[in-house]
Unconditional design. Sequence first.
Length: 355
Amino acid sequence: MASSMMPNQSSGSGGFLPHMLGPQTHHSMHSHTSHHAAQSQALGQVPHLSHTATLQTGVGGQAQASQYEIREVWAGNLEEEMTHMRELVQHYNYVAMDTEFPGVVARPIGSFRSTADYHYQTLRCNVDLLKIIQLGLTFSDSEGGFPPLCCTWQFNFRFNLNEDMYAQDSIDLLTRSGIEFKKNEDYGIDVNEFAELLMTSGIVLNSHIKWISFHSGYDFGYLLKLLTCTPLPAEESDFFELVRLYFPCVYDIKYLMKSCKNLKGGLNDLADGLEIQRIGPQHQAGSDSLLTSATFFKMRKMFFENQLDDQKYMGILYGLTSSYAQDPPRPGALPNGDKADKKDATPSSATPPPS
């Protein structure tokens, strides 16, 4: 596939070097339009598939077999499903989150203060260039209990392989995982409409909500871009100020693993080691968020006696140096980050700068 070279942009003290690019759009991704709503009506019923299976989990990590659904959300049922989530969040305030995005297409160039600064600048320039494809949200209560019938929503965003930028290997992986990009093109959610609904959902800007994630710097980067409709901050410290504002309470399982003997690898390896059953396909955001939720509560029970020290573990994203858990951030709290171990098979998001 021919590469589309982007204009040089500032990235910390350097620019960035695009590579592995797919076709790109030349209009702003934040322009608001009603075209898609009319298109959805003209096309008729939107896809409304779901994955339903028995998950062996329950309150306090105790085995409990129940039926749970991963509900697909498209433009046509977005408002209805956001209404359901607003009703849930008062009682199910632990929200596990995962995203799918079109890979890594650029590396920052120039000089950097540290390897960690290089990793943030890599995250920043790629999130600024690319569009989110899927978001998965799974709701549970403080003991890991899921709401009845449906606990997971998978939001499918508008994405056009003929217009938007992507890394081909990432698109190939997502296609093998079952994502049908023609549906995203025809029925996908407009990010601006979603952002407006998310801002008033009670899920963000709320210290009552506990966010659960796995190696989630990119995940929160895409959500912040969506919520603010602006590029990510040039400085990592400013990025974490935004994280603290929109997501006051965050746990990153990948960071928690550092305190757990013999736990290593990506999310899938971790869940397999903890004997947690996956529902739905790997490398889709709904399934990954549901697995993230179940894994968090199993880990908390087995390794932390169901009690986490928020001063030690809250607000730290694995692979980045800044945090808002305490001031100043603990030096060396987060080592070299690599997105490959988040998805187990996705391309690495960042490599250290030349020494």
